[in-house]
Design a protein around this ligand. Structure first.
Ligand code: CUA
Length: 178
């Protein structure tokens, strides 16, 4: 078999690599290592990506837990949504669905809770502002984080994963009180 334009040097793959190319390869490798190390570093020092646990669930099973919290610990309503004030140290449930975070939570400052998040339909992004904590929320998974609110105030939750026509209106709230 012959080629129309065979290479003049048959050992073209043994050519020495240009110095400039070697420098670029070295830069890419070093930068890749830095970016890789930034992930665990930022997890520990950036304080924006929480350590979370993930458990399998279903929308039906999860909904029952959210509803149980609402039935037991609702203290008032806020714009038609129940405001749930769960016992300190307990498991606290919030869900994401088209297009809201539900219910509103009221937590005590300086106390720890096991916060559960799950989606009833598809992927949403739970983004707590202005603290800027971000969690991916997926159907079929119960994401659990131990949280200790450290500042009194009203925190907004927005959705930061595009989820359709009502994405920009997908809001929620957490009150942190004394
Ligand atoms: Cu939910 Cu965007």
């Amino acid at each position: 078999m012959t080629s129309i334009s065979p290479p003049s040097d048959k050992h073209w793959w043994k050519e020495p690599i240009e110095k400039a190319e070697l420098i670029w390869i070295a830069i890419v490798v070093v930068w890749g290592i830095i970016l890789t190390l930034m992930m665990p570093f930022w997890h520990v020092y950036g304080k924006q990506n929480l350590s979370s646990e993930a458990y399998k669930t279903t929308p039906e099973v999860y909904m029952k837990k959210v509803q149980a919290g609402v039935d037991q610990y609702t203290v008032r309503t806020d714009n038609g949504k129940p405001v749930v004030k769960p016992p300190v140290g307990s498991d606290v449930y919030m869900l994401g669905r088209l297009w809201e975070w539900w219910p509103v939570l009221e937590l005590q400052v300086g106390q720890s809770y096991r916060l559960h998040l799950a989606s009833m339909d598809w992927q949403h992004g739970w983004s707590l502002q202005p603290a800027n904590l971000n969690v991916q929320v997926l159907p079929g998974y119960d994401m659990v984080m131990t949280v200790t609110p450290n500042k009194v105030g009203e925190y907004s939750i927005v959705c930061n994963e595009y989820c359709g026509i009502g994405h920009h209106m997908m809001l929620g709230k957490i009150h942190v009180v004394e």
